[in-house]
Design a protein around this ligand. Structure first.
Ligand code: FAD
Length: 294
């Protein structure tokens, strides 16, 4: 088998995730947009399982690693530009960078992205957003996006072409890579007002979220009803619960912190413990928001 020259072997994935856990990828590549089609066809040709990662801020990678090809977008697919009233962003562009870009161009509506440490591709697939403070999600700003299918074809889709809901799209079940996206610049605003709203978002996060230790943000989706997952976990008296070297944050009960030497197994065990305890004490089933890569 001829391995493309830019593909690396046995690369530890933990440093590529915000939880800082997970074993090695058999192969890892950070292709440019021009290289990625050849890479996907190579993997399809040899029936190599393929995984996509942006900034790894919503994934839990198995400790034993991934016996396949990981395509990482966050460093090599990062072009961002304005074309008239549209912003074009490659899938690896970081959300804070997109937020700041729209603000500089004098358009509001992107402020909510400032504190979400993911990429455009990961955020589209997850329909990332905010439910509290000033609710908004990707569906409200994406015009359309290109995906590369495993057969090498490129398709342009809108959010209406996919099933999208709360922190979910059915792209999660497809083997398609988001390549780039176009965003509408609709609502012009005074730059000082955009800066103020952006700062409010950041301050709100600093106040409520444990940002000093590795986490993946919210671990569980909010269940139906008006109470958050964090509220149920706190009511079940689980704040501070520790398994191995990971613990339920003392500041925000829906966040699991890696205290330093935590493993993917520790996180899985703690997730399982939280789900069982919340169900038995509160009668509520919590569904993980994070994506398992295994
Ligand atoms: C401190 C912190 C705060 C957070 N706050 C929020 C928040 O307010 N709101 C929110 O919604 N989320 C939040 N998150 C979670 C996370 O940042 C988002 O879900 C983000 O959109 C994930 O982007 P990513 O690039 O890191 O994706 P990854 O974690 O790398 O991947 C997530 C999923 O998307 C897939 N994927 C990634 N890139 C592509 C691509 N180009 N094509 C196809 N599939 C792809 C992966 O295979 C995986 O299934 C937070 C996380 C942290 C650590």
């Amino acid at each position: 088998m001829r391995i493309p020259s830019f593909v690396k072997e046995n690369v530890l994935l933990a440093p590529h995730t915000s939880w800082n856990v997970g074993g090695p990828a058999r192969w890892l590549a950070e292709p440019t947009i021009n290289e990625v089609r050849e890479l996907v066809l190579w993997a399809s040709n040899y029936s190599i399982p393929t995984y996509f990662m942006g900034r790894g801020s919503n994934v839990l990678v198995n400790d034993s690693g991934l016996n396949g090809l990981v395509i990482l977008t966050s460093k090599s697919m990062t072009e961002l530009r304005r074309e008239g009233d549209i912003v074009v962003a490659d899938s690896g562009v970081s959300l804070p960078k997109l937020s700041q870009f729209a603000a500089r161009e004098g358009f509001k509506g992107f402020e909510f992205l400032i504190g979400i440490p993911g990429t455009v591709g990961g955020a589209i697939v997850m329909n990332a957003g905010l439910t509290v403070f000033k609710p908004r999600e990707m569906t409200s700003i994406v015009k359309d996006f290109d995906v590369l299918n495993p057969d090498g074809n490129i398709e342009t889709l809108t959010m209406a072409d996919v099933k999208a809901g709360y922190r979910y799209t059915d792209l999660l079940n497809r083997q398609s890579l988001v390549l780039r996206a176009r965003f509408r610049l609709e609502e012009e605003e005074e730059p000082s007002k955009i800066r103020r709203v952006t700062l409010e978002h950041l301050n709100e996060r600093k106040r409520k979220q444990p940002l000093k230790l590795p986490t993946a943000g919210s671990t569980f989706k909010s269940p139906p009803g008006n109470k958050s997952a964090g509220w149920y976990i706190e009511q079940a008296k689980l704040k501070g619960t520790q398994i191995g070297d990971v613990r339920v944050s003392l500041l925000h009960a829906n966040w699991i912190e890696n205290l330093g030497k935590g493993s993917s197994e520790d996180v899985c065990k703690l997730i399982d413990y939280i789900q069982k305890t919340v169900e038995s004490r509160m009668g509520v089933e919590l569904e993980p928001e994070i994506c398992y890569l295994d």
